[in-house]
Write a protein that binds this ligand. Structure first.
Ligand code: AMP
Length: 125
């Protein structure tokens, strides 16, 4: 299946500087910024700079360098936000939505990093 990437999505506009954001982290292939509607005290969105629609698209077509950069960046951001247990924090939750059943709103692959307080049960209907 070919993945269709809509370059008019909000995160593509943020990457092009058409919509303002305040990145808290940037690397060669990845940026992270606060969610505009935080669900927990810590709620950071981590996105690849490349045009990938969802997790499947990213892991099947992004280069090894992009994927390594992305997943290492998530860990660095957990450390930076003080949520990583390995660095004295109390833990965090990662969520990525992929497709309609997941309620993905923005069709640019992203991981939500949530923490700073208990996250509660895994899912809500
Ligand atoms: P998802 O449902 O996984 O696609 O999540 C999309 C997330 O993007 C939601 O949590 C929104 O609050 C967030 N969001 C939408 N627009 C912006 C924006 N301009 N800046 C930061 N976060 C945004």
């Amino acid at each position: 299946m070919a993945y269709i990437y809509d370059d008019q999505n909000i995160f593509a506009k943020i990457l092009r500087g058409e919509i303002p954001s305040k990145p808290v982290f940037e690397s060669d292939h990845t940026i992270a910024f606060p969610d505009i509607s935080p669900q927990k005290r810590v709620h950071i969105l981590v996105i690849p700079k490349g045009p990938y629609r969802c997790y499947d698209h990213f892991v099947t077509t992004a280069s090894d360098a992009e994927q390594l950069d992305f997943f290492k960046s998530v860990a660095l951001i957990a450390k930076q936000t003080g949520t990583s247990e390995a660095h004295g924090g109390n833990g965090y939750r990662l969520i990525t939505n992929s497709g309609p059943d997941s309620h993905q709103e923005v069709p640019h692959f992203h991981v939500h990093l949530l923490g700073g307080e208990t996250c509660g049960p895994l899912t809500a209907s």
